[in-house]
Write a protein that binds this ligand. Structure first.
Ligand SMILES: *[C@@H]1O[C@H](CO)[C@@H](O)[C@H](O)[C@H]1NC(C)=O
Ligand SMILES: *[C@@H]1O[C@H](CO)[C@@H](O)[C@H](O)[C@H]1NC(C)=O
Ligand SMILES: *[C@@H]1O[C@H](CO)[C@@H](O)[C@H](O)[C@H]1NC(C)=O
Ligand SMILES: *[C@@H]1O[C@H](CO)[C@@H](O)[C@H](O)[C@H]1NC(C)=O
Ligand SMILES: *[C@@H]1O[C@H](CO)[C@@H](O)[C@H](O)[C@H]1NC(C)=O
Length: 327
């Protein structure tokens, strides 16, 4: 009986006490910065442990917030600076938020442990800020499908752990920085669907890209530097640009799975060595200025049928299967 009285006299254990007060305050500030906080994040109720709120991920031991993953929610407003108060944040994903607008706030550069940053399919605008280079732990940076504009910050490759960078489907202008030839790791780079212009820097030949996509820009120059027998790319997509170089001299990596160079001004012939790219599943060299016989004797592992003529058509004088026989 005494024990029961003692128990009843204790204040009710509020689950919210499990949250670190700093994290709880930062999350509530995040929520309340939007004009429609209660309809957009109804589970974010201080009565409940914040680690159980929608999109919040905590460390099981410390209950510190490690991750925030908010997707397909009707949030109205800008990215709140209060995010920088989540000092333990390692992962942040803001995805499919059509009413998220405004620039990336400088406070986002103040998250020392952030390794994974995804802001995609939103209406954020303004530049890709160079203060992202302050995120020294960053390994994965996806800013695709937004309305970001201006040049690409040249400082990004100085991030020591960065291995995936996707800035595709924005309104970026200017050239690819020369410094993009100085990534420290084998990087996957996607800059497609922007308005980038100028010659591709020769320095890009120094990088062993695991994947590179530059399609649908206004880029020019010699993209043969991206190729090489000893490299590891699984995808090279440089389609719909103004690249101009001799294709006869490029070497193909064995790992190549997708190759799209269509709609450029590429000349020369298709090297026989391409038939050794055994994992090739998608090939398109159409709408260029190439000549000569299409190689035969493909050693494809995952594709037995012969290529469609649309992979090769609209060139100056390519011939042989699947186009007309060479004269
Ligand atoms: C959670 O915190 C503990 C104690 O600081 C740490 O040892 C552990 O690695 C952390 N776990 C994660 C997933 O970060
Ligand atoms: C940006 O806003 C427009 C107009 O509200 C909307 O149609 C579009 O879907 C939004 N974009 C994204 C990627 O959500
Ligand atoms: C690219 O990376 C692979 C695998 O790490 C390595 O074997 C190869 O030598 C590298 N090639 C170049 C040109 O750096
Ligand atoms: C491509 O093949 C299709 C069907 O086999 C044929 O109708 C078409 O004329 C060919 N086009 C060219 C440019 O060879
Ligand atoms: C190759 O690209 C051209 C131009 O975009 C397109 O018409 C054709 O269908 C594509 N072929 C294949 C096999 O992707």
């Amino acid at each position: 009986m005494l024990l029961l009285l003692l128990f009843l006299s204790l204040p009710p254990l509020s689950a919210a006490q499990l949250c670190h007060p700093n994290d709880l305050a930062a999350l509530l500030a995040f929520k309340n910065s939007f004009s429609n906080p209660n309809s957009s994040l109804p589970s974010w109720d201080p009565q409940f442990h914040c680690c159980n709120w929608y999109g919040v991920e905590c460390n099981d031991t410390t209950n510190r917030v490690l991750g925030l993953d908010i997707a397909s929610v009707d949030l109205h407003g800008t990215i709140p600076p209060s995010l920088s108060k989540l000092h333990h944040l390692q992962r942040l994903r803001l995805h499919k938020l059509p009413n998220l607008v405004g620039p990336i706030p400088p406070e986002l550069g103040q998250l020392p442990l952030l390794g994974y940053l995804v802001i995609s399919w939103t209406n954020i605008s303004g530049p890709i800020p160079s203060f992202l280079t302050n995120l020294r732990s960053l390994s994965y940076l996806i800013l695709s499908f937004n309305r970001l504009s201006g040049p690409i910050p040249p400082s990004l490759p100085s991030l020591p752990y960065l291995y995936a960078i996707d800035l595709s489907r924005n309104l970026l202008t200017g050239p690819i920085p020369e410094s993009f030839g100085h990534f420290l790791l084998s990087t996957a780079l996607d800059l497609s669907h922007n308005m980038l212009s100028g010659d591709i820097p020769a320095s890009l030949g120094n990088v062993n890209f695991s994947r590179i996509k530059l399609s649908r820009n206004k880029l020019s120059g010699d993209a043969s530097v991206l190729f090489g027998k000893d490299k590891v790319a699984d995808t090279i997509d440089i389609s719909r640009n103004s690249f101009e170089f001799d294709f006869s001299k490029v070497g193909f990596m064995e790992s190549l799975d997708v190759l799209d160079i269509s709609h450029n001004k590429i000349y020369g012939s298709i090297p026989k060595q391409i038939t050794e790219a055994v994992y090739l599943q998608f090939l398109n060299v159409s709408y260029n200025r190439m000549c000569g016989e299409i190689p035969t004797g493909w050693k494809l592992k995952y594709r037995s049928e012969s290529w469609d003529n649309s992979s090769f058509f609209h060139n100056r004088c390519l011939c042989g299967v699947p186009l007309d026989p060479c004269k």
